[in-house]
Design a protein around this ligand. Structure first.
Ligand SMILES: Cc1cc2nc3c(=O)[nH]c(=O)nc-3n(C[C@H](O)[C@H](O)[C@H](O)COP(=O)(O)OP(=O)(O)OC[C@H]3O[C@@H](n4cnc5c(N)ncnc54)[C@H](O)[C@@H]3O)c2cc1C
Length: 341
């Protein structure tokens, strides 16, 4: 089945010739082997691609990044957001990048985000911002990030918009919650992210959540050690559901961020059987991840769906870092690439 999809998908590639040449060799190599070996070779392939990607030309990385990035410029992002809004989706926008090393860069990114708030307001877009703390200075110092988030919070307040503080890897978790709590003293419409792979997350919800708490719930994208994080898919999922329930008990607002169809089924089963108010949650997905009609079905059933839209000139470094952090994304991309869009 997978081999069949691969072959069908490869035949459809018409545009990117260098990539087509590359994938044709891939097809020749893998076309004749059975499914078990294919899985083994796919994971080997993931590791090889991840290691060579940084030294490969950009045309090679582009197919891996393109479906998931809404262009290089603010104008590109705005065009995509408007289209999403017209289809009934809300959006949250992210300028690609993280771990900036100079104050000038952190402040420049902050200014770009402030401009985005102005633009969202002027163009009446249904869109808020999702910002990584290290993108606006947390890797430089907590004080730098605090100062920039203070400006961002005031800008969100000026336009009555919302600010989501993304969650990065565990060395930044405590400081991110500190920033969140600081921003909340300025303006209420600020939210954070809880990762279900972290052992600490239920405690964090119990500590932070109340009727004013707004958190995205996600599994977590970074590699974390087993001393602090669940490693098994099922336990991460089980914790996801427990955290979602804990949020509802506190009457806190959840953004259920996942593409996992089975998890969405389980969430819907719980939501419907417990009659959880639609005012207490929304579903969230990353731009470009194929969901096979699920998002439209959710909208039709009256649920809110927000799409996370990343854009920016930094797409290459971002994609390489993402792929290094989670080589499985190579398989996602290839699988999705080969799937009928
Ligand atoms: C809106 C949103 C915001 C997020 N914000 C954060 C954050 O702030 N901090 C953080 O640590 N993590 C964040 N994540 C990532 C999240 O933690 C997971 O790592 C990611 O969503 C994969 O988990 P999953 O629940 O989708 O399930 P999985 O079982 O991993 O994926 C289910 C299926 O979805 C597809 N898929 C999943 N992820 C991708 C992808 N990146 N590209 C292509 N296809 C994919 C694959 O086909 C896969 O089979 C966010 C995710 C979303 C949707």
């Amino acid at each position: 089945m997978v081999t069949h999809d691969l072959i069908r998908g490869l035949k459809k590639i018409k545009k990117n010739e260098p990539f087509q040449r590359f994938t044709n060799s891939y097809l020749k190599l893998f076309g004749s082997i059975n499914l078990k070996s294919l899985i083994f070779y796919m994971s080997l392939f993931n590791s090889i691609i991840t290691s060579i990607l940084p030294i490969m030309p950009k045309w090679f990385a582009k197919p891996f990044a393109k479906p998931y990035v809404a262009g290089k410029t603010e104008d590109d992002a705005v065009t995509h957001i408007r289209t999403l809004n017209e289809k009934g989706f809300s959006a949250t926008v992210d300028i690609l990048g993280e771990h900036v090393l100079t104050k000038e860069e952190a402040r420049d990114i902050t200014a770009q985000y402030c401009h985005l708030y102005d633009r969202i307001n002027t163009e009446s877009l249904n869109c808020n911002l999702s910002i990584k703390p290290t993108h606006v200075g947390l890797n430089i110092s907590l004080a730098e990030a605090m100062a920039n988030f203070t400006n961002l919070t005031k800008k969100a307040q000026e336009h009555g918009n919302f600010l989501r503080i993304d969650m990065e890897n565990s060395p930044f978790t405590n400081q991110t919650f500190e920033i969140y709590q600081h921003c909340k003293t300025i303006y209420n419409n600020v939210g954070v992210v809880i990762q279900s792979y972290l052992h600490r997350s239920l405690n964090d919800i119990n500590h932070l959540a109340n009727g004013q708490f707004n958190s995205r719930i996600c599994k977590g994208i970074y590699r974390e050690s087993e001393s602090i994080a669940y490693q098994g898919r099922e336990e991460i999922k089980e914790n996801y559901l427990n955290l979602s329930k804990a949020m509802a008990v506190q009457k806190a607002y959840s953004g259920f961020a996942t593409h996992d169809q089975d998890l969405i089924d389980q969430l819907l089963h719980w939501i419907e059987s417990e009659n959880i108010s639609k005012d207490l949650f929304e579903f969230q997905v990353l731009y470009g991840v194929p969901m096979e009609g699920r998002l439209e079905a959710l909208l039709e059933a009256g649920y809110k769906v927000r799409v996370y839209v990343p854009y920016g000139p930094d797409w290459f470094d971002y994609s390489v870092r993402r792929l290094k952090e989670n080589p499985k994304i190579i398989s996602y991309v290839l699988k999705n690439f080969f799937r009928k869009r």
